[in-house]
Design a binder for this molecule. Structure first.
Ligand SMILES: C[S@@+](CC[C@H](N)C(=O)[O-])C[C@H]1O[C@@H](n2cnc3c(N)ncnc32)[C@H](O)[C@@H]1O
Length: 468
């Protein structure tokens, strides 16, 4: 098999099931074949794009039979845009595949005793559920095969999303079903205005161009933050763009801009300028208000974040007497959410601006039993820290996709908190960490939550209790 298979076509391959990261699995001559953008039940001809000794990867080039599990994708950009790869699979099945992913990762990687994985908590909204989108301006629009073959000349400027695996190609988005409110209108009108005024769209290869990136954040109480990143420090043109947004969208509550002449789009280290309104937006959850600044993380599906936090709080079984650590606290959302039911809560996170928001969020909500610390988890959660702070009764941990650093896992094993609630957006790294924690902990609850309909992503909450 191996490399010789590259570009070969395998005919009439039966797609069997969904595996990790949303890829589908089939078998050919005893070897696994991973295929993207198909559904279990499809029968397809596959061109092999990668051949290894143990597996192959391929793309479907001819569909002979379509799965009964398929539904019609609702978005015109489906198939090109990398955003919602599962639109062709009905939502009930998406949920069951997500739950199955948790089961598979726990069986293959964690290899520890687990209780039954609870039915996934689905999202009521399966469209327009995101509160944040990040669009890129580019002078190198992705052209479809038909456009290229037509021989016509097309507008090359675009405002939209990166094509998967192509850092320099942007799909021009006409309508995105991920974010509601003014999102589509702001993006489209701003693009039209920029084209009319002949403002330059960013050239990522040559690292120049005025308009670089547009971030839109919304909240369930109707607030909107818009951040424009400029790749050139041109005060007149910046003024023109910001005036346009201010006048055409008076309901933007926080209108901000950043001048970013660095090589990358990240702006954690850059000054954010407030053009109009506040320098934050507010979200509400139960009786709490959360302030979200331009540099702060906030869960991108607000309604499901509430479901997720309720699960975490319920798993923590707080009585008002516990010392709680909220690791990877972001803007302290979980810490503040559980604070009224705990004796005290300590939140740790490495983005300093987020920690400032976390403190502010406690203050705004009249919570005086929280404290927050900024630093890399593996460095800050050390013996010195534990000498100066009470030991935790409950640890809630919500690390990024990479999971916890091994030093952090080892520290949790040394801390021996009676309960750990582990929230994760990546069941594979969660399973890896659980395999280590199994030395002292048993898993007694597993609750997947769907934060991202139309994608293969799944959030998962696990409760661990210290073995006696
Ligand atoms: C999945 S988010 C969780 C945020 C928060 N629990 C929430 O629900 O809003 C993970 C957080 O971990 C932070 N983070 C990532 N790596 C870190 C590290 N090594 N040390 C401390 N915090 C880290 C990120 O900045 C991010 O805020």
């Amino acid at each position: 098999m191996s490399r010789k298979m590259k570009n070969k076509v395998i005919n009439n391959l039966q797609i069997e099931r969904i595996a990790a990261e949303g890829k589908c699995v089939a078998h050919y001559e005893g070897k696994v074949v991973f295929v993207n953008n198909v559904a279990p039940g499809d029968v397809v001809d596959v061109r092999v794009t990668r051949g290894k000794n143990s597996f192959m990867e391929g793309e479907a080039i001819v569909f002979h039979e379509l799965s009964k599990e398929r539904v019609d994708p609702f978005c015109s950009h489906f198939g090109t845009c990398g955003g919602c790869k599962w639109q062709h699979i009905n939502y009930e099945l998406q949920k069951s595949y997500k739950r199955q992913q948790v089961i598979d990762q726990f069986t293959r990687i964690a290899k520890v005793d687990t209780p039954e994985v609870l039915p996934i908590i689905g999202s009521n909204k399966t469209q327009y559920y995101r509160n944040k989108l990040d669009f890129t301006f580019s002078n190198n629009r992705w052209l479809t095969r038909e456009e290229i073959n037509s021989g016509e000349t097309f507008e090359k400027n675009a405002l939209g999303f990166h094509i998967p695996k192509m850092f320099d190609k942007i799909i021009d988005i006409e309508h995105c079903y991920l974010q509601g409110g003014l999102s589509n209108e702001i993006r489209n009108k701003l693009r039209d205005f920029a084209l009319k005024e002949s403002l330059s769209f960013y050239d990522i290869r040559n690292q120049n161009g005025l308009l670089r990136n547009l971030i839109i954040r919304t909240t369930s109480i109707g607030e909107t933050m818009v951040i424009v990143q400029f790749g050139e420090d041109n005060p007149n043109q910046i003024e023109l763009v910001m005036q346009f947004l201010k006048h055409n969208f008076p309901s933007i509550t926080s209108l901000l801009y950043i001048i970013n002449i660095k090589k990358n789009e990240t702006y954690h280290d850059l000054e954010v300028n407030t053009y109009q309104g506040k320098d934050y937006i507010e979200e509400k959850m139960e009786d709490l208000k959360f302030r979200i600044g331009p540099k702060s993380f906030y869960q991108t599906n607000s309604e499901q974040a509430y479901e997720l936090y309720k699960v975490a709080r319920e798993f923590a079984e707080l009585t008002g007497e516990e010392i709680v650590y909220d690791l990877y606290t972001g803007t302290g959302t979980i810490a503040n959410f559980v604070a009224k039911r705990a004796k005290s809560v300590i939140g740790i996170e490495y983005v300093e601006a987020a920690i400032e928001d976390a403190k502010l969020n406690s203050k705004v909500n009249g919570l005086d039993n929280t404290s927050f610390f900024a630093g890399d988890m593996k460095d800050i959660l050390n013996d010195e820290f534990l000498k100066n702070h009470p030991k935790p009764d409950v640890i809630i941990t919500d690390p990024p996709r990479a999971g916890m650093h091994e030093d952090v896992v080892n520290m949790l094993l040394r801390l021996e908190a009676p309960k750990i609630v582990y929230v994760s957006c990546n069941p594979a790294t969660q399973a890896r960490d659980l395999a280590l924690l199994a030395e002292k902990y048993k898993i007694d609850k597993i609750q997947p939550v769907d934060m991202f309909p139309q994608t293969y992503h799944v959030e998962n909450v696990v409760r661990l209790t210290l073995k006696s």
